[in-house]
Design a protein around this ligand. Structure first.
Ligand code: SAH
Ligand code: MG
Length: 212
């Protein structure tokens, strides 16, 4: 098996909410970005247990890019006890809080991606306010509540360079398929005029920044 196939296989065994075809699309888009800009700076909002970081990390490694994988690691609303996506195994017995950081670290270590994927632990809005580096690739898959999703879009989308790519996960045109905020920020990016759609796979939307 190739390095890439190993990483894809590991990704499929990793906890998370990224179907293989969408993960493959993350990788493919990463490679396209990597072909046009070597040694780029990439960032994902929403790391969870490292599944999407493996797909993007595989592309980043081949491209000489670095992927920042950002999360406060305490889960979104729907991950908390009593909600749809709660997972008892991810609760820290020390304080009873959800904590995906140890699992994320094990994922990245097992994948031997520690030189490529860099964890950033904190709230998205706090990190964004102190992060000046332009991004060749941005993947938004953090909180899906209106306030957090809009804050992510407002804070991170302007950092994407012209020619760079912004991907958004869990975009559902039909409200019956899922929550609105990811769809709304995707629409806002298109309506804004600076982004054009490059691809769509499942609930993943790939936008390219066309103008400053
Ligand atoms: N991309 C991951 C899934 C991310 S799930 C994968 O493919 O496996 C969404 C994540 O966003 C959760 O881990 C949650 O902790 C994180 N999150 C939600 N709101 C956040 C915020 N305001 N700042 C940082 N992380 C946040
Ligand atoms: Mg998602």
């Amino acid at each position: 098996m190739s390095r890439r196939d190993d990483l894809f296989a590991l990704a499929q065994r990793t906890k998370g909410f990224m179907p293989p075809d969408e993960g493959r699309a993350l990788y493919d888009q990463g490679r396209l970005v990597g072909e046009s800009t070597a040694a780029g700076t990439w960032l994902e909002v929403g790391a969870w247990c490292g599944k999407s970081a493996l797909y993007l990390g595989a592309a980043a490694e081949e491209s000489g890019a670095v992927l920042y994988s950002l999360d406060h690691h305490h889960g979104s609303e729907e991950n908390q006890r009593g909600w749809e996506h709660f997972d008892e195994e991810l609760v820290d017995p020390a304080d009873g809080r959800l904590n995906t950081l140890p699992t994320w670290q094990r994922t990245i270590a097992r994948a031997d991606l520690e030189a490529t994927v860099v964890g950033v632990v904190g709230r998205s809005s706090v990190v964004a306010a102190h992060f000046d580096q332009p991004l060749e690739l941005l993947f938004i898959d953090g909180g899906h509540g209106a306030e957090v999703a809009w804050a992510d879009y407002a804070a991170w989308a302007p950092k994407v360079v012209v020619g760079g790519v912004m991907m958004i996960h869990d975009v559902f045109a039909d409200p019956r398929d899922g929550g609105r905020p990811p769809y709304e920020i995707y629409r806002a990016a298109l309506d804004d005029g600076r982004f054009v759609e490059r691809a769509a796979v499942g609930s993943l939307r790939v936008l390219e920044r066309r103008t400053a």
